[in-house]
Design a protein around this ligand. Sequence first.
Ligand code: COA
Length: 222
Amino acid sequence: MEKMPFQPELELRLMTATETATGLGRITTSDWRAGLPALHGRTATLRELRVSDATSLLAMLTSEEVSRFVSPPPATVEGFERFIAWAHAQRMAGNHVCFAVVPVGSDTAVGLFQVRQLEPGFATAEWGFVMGSGFWGTGVFMECARLVVDFAFDTLDVHRLEARSCIRNGRGSGALRKIGATQEGVLRRSFLRNGEYLDQALWSILREDWYQAKAVWGPKFH
Ligand SMILES: CC(C)(COP(=O)(O)OP(=O)(O)OC[C@H]1O[C@@H](n2cnc3c(N)ncnc32)[C@H](O)[C@@H]1OP(=O)(O)O)[C@@H](O)C(=O)NCCC(=O)NCCS
């Protein structure tokens, strides 16, 4: 199974005439399908990907250290441009959203957060994230993660948010644990990377648990 961040299949699925006529995939100006809102934190902003982000994303996300436990990122600027076009089409189709992480005071994208539906209507969804290693341990991840999880539950109407992390990925697992995800089990040999099948942990956050936790830590962080 492919694993976020990234999805190598660059299928551009646009809305069909039937979807438009029935209102499925309807686009209004307040609709995330028409364009993602900017989510502002103290350390970074999450915003829609731009084609011009391709160069910085290539520099930030393709080192061995950053990419070894995620699906292979594009290897060229053009590959990232195709990924960005694919992400826009997926958002328009209502399947998937992808936010760029842009540190405050800069206009350079240094990471990605993705959320994709695992069933029509987004009730169950999966998220993934990746950031350039220069931004690890800075607090940017936690702040952006909270904004994305809020967006998933409040705007996408997700009920259950899943994540998969390689067991060997101590940092990715530590990040999920820190945000409050629950580890549910091990998906044995479920992720093929560099010719080797790796075990992954399945993590989840439930909407009710998130809102309950926010009631406790909300005033501190918001
Ligand atoms: C995942 C990622 C976005 C997290 O951002 P980050 O800034 O590194 O995350 P943080 O530092 O806020 O949190 C990571 C936590 O894991 C802990 N950690 C680090 N290495 C660890 C290890 N080997 N074992 C267990 N925990 C570890 C850190 O100490 C930290 O917890 P703390 O703040 O309580 O000390 C970033 O590491 C990344 O881009 N990694 C590469 C891509 C990736 O693995 N994506 C996730 C796929 S599931």
